[in-house]
Design a protein around this ligand. Structure first.
Ligand SMILES: [Zn+2]
Length: 255
């Protein structure tokens, strides 16, 4: 901390008043300089980010297609899973279109090591969902798990950042130990396999104890397409007595 001193007997308070302001300007200038030499690009459109933009640029943020599912109880996620698994509430933040901004972001999150994209989407969705009455009684946030082999290959579960941001902002515990994936499936074959009723029951399993009985779980995933993965996870969770399931995804496929 700077020490206050006197020169000719007059206080130098005025100078100190400007110091915090000046240091903010310096930080802003240094950030912009760093940006100039190591520019960060938008996860949606690759244009360079300004120092006050995080992960995606302002234009992409405005153009990204939002579902507004949190305002519609009988929404597309709910309808897609209706009759397959009993859910209390389902929602996705974005629509996922081929060659769209969301596809670009999810691709970078999954295959280019850009984990911070998940946290940014989680912060965004927390802001949307923070007053949602449907999420008031959730006990645990449960990510769709990766197989250990896939986790080693990628180095992280792509939904972890999303889930941990929701957990921190909404103050709900995050639990990635309850549900696990038993079967390793290659991406190409995953769709066919998960479509088969006998396989759905064998891909995921739960390690639960009495503390999990009667709880309400919020299952989270990146993109919902057919809903088979979420159905398979839910069937494993439903081995726990008297539970409720809600589902939140970053995006849902939309044609
Ligand atoms: Zn952009």
């Amino acid at each position: 901390m700077l020490q206050k001193y006197k020169t000719d007997g007059k206080s130098t308070d005025k100078v100190y008043f400007f110091i915090p302001f000046i240091s903010e300007i310096y930080i802003y200038m240094i950030q912009n300089l760093l940006n100039l030499f190591f520019p960060k690009s938008c996860a949606g459109c690759e244009s360079f980010l300004l120092s006050d933009e995080k992960v995606i640029c302002t234009q992409c943020r405005h153009e990204i297609p939002l579902t507004n599912h949190h305002n519609i109880e009988d929404n597309e996620i709910f309808q897609k899973l209706y009759g397959r698994i009993p859910i209390e509430f389902g929602a996705a933040l974005f629509y996922f279109h081929k060659k769209g901004i969301v596809q670009e972001m999810i691709h970078k999150l999954k295959y280019k090591g850009q984990e911070e994209i998940g946290r940014t989407i989680g912060d965004w969705y927390s802001e949307v969902l923070k007053d949602s009455k449907q999420l008031k009684n959730i006990d645990y946030i449960i990510p769709v798990p990766l197989h250990q082999k896939r986790l080693r290959e990628r180095g992280y579960n792509q939904v972890e950042g999303f889930g941990k941001a929701l957990s921190a902002n909404l103050e709900i515990p995050y639990d990635d130990t309850l549900l696990h994936r038993k079967l390793y499936t290659k991406t190409q074959t995953k769709k066919d396999l998960l479509g088969r009723a006998d396989v759905i029951l064998t891909v995921f399993d739960v390690d639960f104890s009495e503390k999990h009985h009667g709880r309400h779980f919020l299952l989270i995933d990146d993109v919902m397409t057919t809903g088979s993965t979420l159905e398979a996870c839910s069937r494993a969770l439903l081995k726990i007595p008297n539970i409720k399931i809600s589902i939140v995804c970053m995006a849902m496929a939309h044609s």
